[in-house]
Structure formats: structure tokens, C-alpha cells
Design a protein around this ligand. Structure first.
Ligand SMILES: Cc1cc2nc3c(=O)[nH]c(=O)nc-3n(C[C@H](O)[C@H](O)[C@H](O)COP(=O)(O)OP(=O)(O)OC[C@H]3O[C@@H](n4cnc5c(N)ncnc54)[C@H](O)[C@@H]3O)c2cc1C
Length: 510
């Protein structure tokens, strides 16, 4: 970057609109926040999104798997996340995954039928896990519909890029945005930063961090593309019959691209998805964004040509179906909130009075058992009336890998929306919000199971206890043994399915 600077002249900015709750970013977190705030009684919500659709990474980055919503028989991640599944399954090809009622089944036929679709990486014996794959365009439509159903309460501003918080002392009072209409402002009583990269929080005076462990998936970007004219079932059969060639196919794909890339199945048999993990990339840096976009696209034809020639019986008619409209952003800046989710929270589970989500995750260390996510993890330090749900949640540089998947983004977004609505109704700040009320609305009318809440059926806690909080895994037992006398633990972290199992020294939070 050049060392030169330019002083932008002071200017007067028109106020485009005013609202009670402004949500910046319409991804899994922001969309859920807007919907939840409106359903919790807020009548004046604005959702501001830089692109022309909602969903962020899920619909625009072609992330297809919404994994691990259940632990044994019970589905802990419900609320708006389950609503996606129930709404989408009415449309052919829109969603694929086992129903919640099948969760926890050890029936080998059911396990085989749903392998992969629930995303589970349970320790043996394998069981069915509730989870699903989505078709991104169908989800875009459904997300619009959900907003449209609340059009008397939510105004949507697409193609509007939030660029700066409006601060009065420590309180956030709105956001300045750029659009084809120029630079304007939206004033708001409460702001929810759901940009994924803490765009608003970063400029508000709230502390943020971008420290990521190199081995974590959050340090990788992606540009996902899809291949049509194939049958994933045929490919699976070919791989089974030719395991060595299957390995060679994957290795050669990696060689062409220069990073790990793999063809995986989606909700329909006729389309394969090339997911990829481009290491040491920061999705908030122009150079890394450009390299991810161009670098991937320049190699796609070569990969498909190779497939057609190498395995004509599967790829003979293969063609480039499409490329994700936006780069896949796994992690960059995140808030350092009032609570930092710790890598140890899986083996030494904590009870939080301000729990807002009780989520099964992708951490095989506790066999994906639920952990409690506190409100303080979406509450930035130092500033008032600003919340930060979604993939920039407050977590240490390893833990972040396990708590910023789609379910946690939807769940923390939903909680942020309810919290803003409660703060508005009670005329409190987001810091002083009546958390009991927030929990009661979530666990009651918004269908979010929470521990120790009267609205949540006792069977959730019983299931959690019955299956020993998932701490029956060998890795968990070792980690518990490794706890030293002083009560400080070695950080043993496993990022299920995504990165490799490993044990690390105490990393602190940064
Ligand atoms: C390739 C890839 C594969 C993944 N695989 C999985 C998986 O299999 N399962 C899983 O659960 N998770 C997966 N993840 C992670 C998961 O998809 C994301 O963490 C999650 O979707 C993030 O949701 P979010 O709403 O917090 O952020 P985002 O999806 O990034 O949404 C942020 C939204 O805000 C908008 N925005 C950003 N900045 C601004 C601004 N300044 N002004 C206005 N709007 C703005 C964006 O356009 C976007 O719509 C994957 C991620 C990637 C990239």
C-alpha cells in the first residue's frame, strides 16, 4: 500500500432513514436478527445489506451443509435454523437431510442413507444426526419471503454498504453507508453488526482481534464452484471401486489449484460442489480477496478438463454449472467481547447465567455435545447499543473454528434480535438488557431450547446428562486428566471434520 494520504473534506450527510433496530449485514446472523427482532415486537427494523440478496456465505458463498444440529436423540439447535429446514423441504431439490425425529438412531441402514447429510462426525458407533444441505438459490428466495412476511416491521435496504458507525460518546446511534445514491446515514436506537468481519464494531472503539491459528479453517478463504452433468452416486461407486485412483483424483485437483479442494455432493445428485480451503488468507484484505477470486477461476477449466479425461464414465458430460457469486469468507476480524469463548469450553463445559444458545457444534472432542453460548460473547466491550452476532463472535483463535458455523450464526443472530427488541421495549441499553426476558422469549415463542429455562422441556437436560455431556471420548478423557493442579488446562482442541485433531500448549486468547 502507498504511504501517501489524502484528507477527505468534511461534508454534510443526508439522513436516509431512522429506525429502532438497524441490522447491518443480511447473512445467516443478520437475517435472523432482523426476523427475531420483528417477531419479538419491534415494529421499526431496517436490514442493510451490501449485495442484492440475503444469506451471505450460505447463499452467496455456496456453503451447503448445515451440520450437527442434534446430540443423540435431541435437536438442540432449533429456532430459525429449524425453520429454514421445515420451510425449504416443501420445494423439490431445495434441501436434503434427515428429519429431527431420526436423530440419535444407530440403525445402520438409516446411518448409511443419511451419511454426510447431517454432517456428523460422531465417535463410533455412528448415529444419525439432524442437519441438512441447502440449495442456495432456494434459500435466497425463502429468506426474502421471511422478510416479506414481516414487511410491516422490516424495511430491507439491499445494495447498501455500511461503512462507519455514528458514535455519540460510547453509544452507537446509527451507521453511515455508501450506495449508488451516495453516502448517507441511517439513525438507529440499536445497531446489530452482522457484517461477519466486525466492520462496524472495528470503527466504534470496541476492541477486536484477527488472530487465527494457522491450522484452523477460519484462516482460509474459498471460491466454491459447481460442476453439472455428473452423478455423485456414480462418483461414489467409482471411488469405492477405485480407492487409489480416487485418492489420486483428489491429489491432482489440489495440484492444479495449489490448495486443498474437493468435490462433494449437495442436495441433488446431478451437481457436484468444489469446496476449497486457501490457507493463510484474510477475507478482509483486498489482495487476498482478489487472489482468491482470480486464482480459483483461472484454474477451473483445467480441473474440469482433467476430470473429463481421467474418469470419462463419470465426468464425460461434465460442465461448469456455476461459480459462487461471492468469495467464501471463513474468518477475519472478530470482537473481543465481554466473554471470550475458550477452547476449553468443550471439555470443561461452563454454565452461563446469560446463555442465549445451547448449541451442538462441530467439535468431536465432546462428540458434538451442546455447549452454552453466553450473551456476553456477542456484546462488544466499551460500546453501548451495539451487538455483534455471527462469525465475528468473541472466541479465542482456535475456539472460533467451532462456533462460527451457520447454526451458531443463526442462533446468535436470533438472540441479538430478541435482545435489541427487549432493550427497546424496556428502554435499557444492550448492556443492561433484562436477560431473563430475552431467554424467556427465545425459549418460549421463538423455539430455542435453553438450559435451566422453564420453557425448555426437561428431556433436553436429561439427554445431555444421559450421554455424559459427550465427555466419553478418549480425547476428552485425556484432556481432563491433563488438567493441572493449579486449575489451568492445556488447550486440547479438535475441530471436527474441518481441521485435524491436535493438542496444543496454552495459547492464551490471542
Ligand atoms: C467455503 C465455506 C465453507 C463453509 N462450510 C460450512 C459448512 O459446511 N457448514 C457451516 O455451518 N458453516 C460453514 N462455513 C461457515 C459459515 O458459512 C459462515 O461462518 C456463516 O455463514 C457466516 O454467517 P454470518 O451471517 O455471520 O456472516 P456472512 O455470511 O459473511 O454474512 C455477512 C453479511 O453481511 C454483508 N456485509 C458484509 N459487510 C457489510 C457491510 N459493511 N455493509 C453491509 N453489508 C455487509 C455480507 O454481504 C453478508 O451478506 C463455511 C464458510 C465458507 C466460506
Amino acid at each position: 500500500m502507498s504511504a501517501k494520504t489524502y484528507i477527505e473534506p468534511q461534508t454534510t450527510i443526508p439522513v436516509y432513514d431512522e429506525c429502532d433496530v438497524l441490522v447491518v449485514g443480511g447473512g445467516a446472523a443478520g437475517h435472523s436478527a432482523a426476523i427475531a427482532a420483528a417477531r419479538a415486537g419491534c415494529k421499526n427494523v431496517i436490514l442493510m445489506e451490501r449485495y442484492g440478496y440475503c444469506g451471505g456465505d450460505v447463499t452467496g458463498g455456496y456453503v451447503l451443509l448445515i451440520p450437527n444440529l442434534s446430540f443423540h436423540e435431541k435437536t438442540y439447535v432449533r429456532g430459525i435454523q429449524e425453520e429454514w429446514f421445515l420451510r425449504l423441504r416443501k420445494f423439490p431439490g431445495a434441501v436434503n437431510g434427515p428429519d429431527a425425529s431420526l436423530a440419535g438412531s444407530f440403525d445402520p441402514l438409516l446411518v448409511r442413507a443419511w451419511a454426510g447429510a447431517g454432517g456428523a462426525t460422531h465417535v463410533p458407533p455412528q448415529m444419525v444426526c439432524h442437519g441438512f444441505m441447502v440449495e442456495p438459490n432456494q434459500l435466497k428466495i425463502e429468506m426474502d419471503l421471511m422478510l416479506d412476511e414481516l414487511s410491516d416491521r422490516i424495511r430491507v435496504m439491499y445494495h447498501s454498504w455500511g461503512c462507519k458507525p455514528i458514535m455519540e460518546g460510547d453509544t452507537c446511534k446509527g451507521v453511515i453507508f455508501e450506495s449508488k445514491e451516495g453516502r448517507k446515514a441511517v439513525l438507529a436506537k440499536y445497531v446489530i453488526d452482522a457484517t461477519g468481519d466486525a466492520d462496524i464494531c472495528r470503527l466504534s472503539g470496541a476492541p477486536t482481534s484477527s488472530a487465527i491459528d494457522d491450522e484452523c479453517r477460519c484462516g482460509t478463504t474459498a471460491l466454491v464452484y459447481r460442476i453439472g452433468g455428473i452423478s455423485m452416486r456414480k462418483l461414489a461407486a467409482w471411488r469405492k471401486a477405485n480407492p487409489e485412483l480416487g485418492k489420486a483424483l483428489a491429489e491432482h485437483t489440489q495440484q492444479i489449484h495449489g490448495f486443498r479442494a474437493g468435490l462433494i455432493g449437495g442436495p441433488t445428485d446431478d451437481i457436484g460442489w468444489v469446496n476449497n480451503w486457501q490457507p493463510k488468507m484474510d477475507c478482509s484484505k483486498i489482495k487476498d480477496q482478489t487472489k482468491t477470486e482470480m486464482g480459483t477461476r483461472l484454474k477451473i477449466r483445467e480441473v474440469i478438463d482433467f476430470y473429463r479425461q481421467a474418469v470419462p464414465e463419470v465426468f464425460g458430460d461434465a460442465f461448469l454449472y456455476d461459480i459462487a457469486p461471492q468469495l467464501g469468507t471463513r474468518g477475519s476480524h472478530r470482537i473481543v467481547g465481554e466473554y471470550i469463548i475458550d477452547s476449553n469450553d468443550w471439555v470443561f463445559p461452563k454454565q452461563h447465567d446469560d446463555v442465549i444458545a445451547w448449541h451442538t457444534t462441530v467439535n468431536t472432542l465432546n462428540d458434538n455435545a451442546p455447549i452454552e453460548i453466553p450473551y456476553r460473547a456477542i456484546l462488544p466491550q466499551k460500546v453501548n447499543n451495539l451487538l455483534a452476532p455471527g462469525r465475528h463472535i468473541s472466541a479465542d483463535r482456535i475456539a472460533i473454528d467451532n462456533v462460527n458455523l451457520i447454526p451458531q450464526c443463526v442462533g446468535t443472530g436470533q438472540a441479538a434480535g430478541v435482545a435489541a427488541a427487549v432493550a427497546l421495549a424496556d428502554k435499557t441499553t444492550t448492556r443492561d438488557v433484562n436477560i431473563r426476558k430475552v431467554q424467556d422469549i427465545l425459549a418460549g415463542e421463538q423455539d430455542v431450547p435453553l438450559p435451566r429455562n422453564a420453557h425448555t422441556d426437561a428431556s433436553y437436560q436429561e439427554n445431555y446428562e444421559k450421554w455424559e455431556k459427550g465427555l466419553y471420548t478418549e480425547a476428552a478423557k485425556k484432556a481432563i486428566e491433563a488438567k493441572d493442579a493449579a486449575g489451568t488446562y492445556r488447550h486440547w482442541t479438535i475441530s471436527g471434520g474441518m481441521t485435524q485433531k491436535r493438542a496444543t500448549e496454552d495459547l492464551g486468547h490471542e
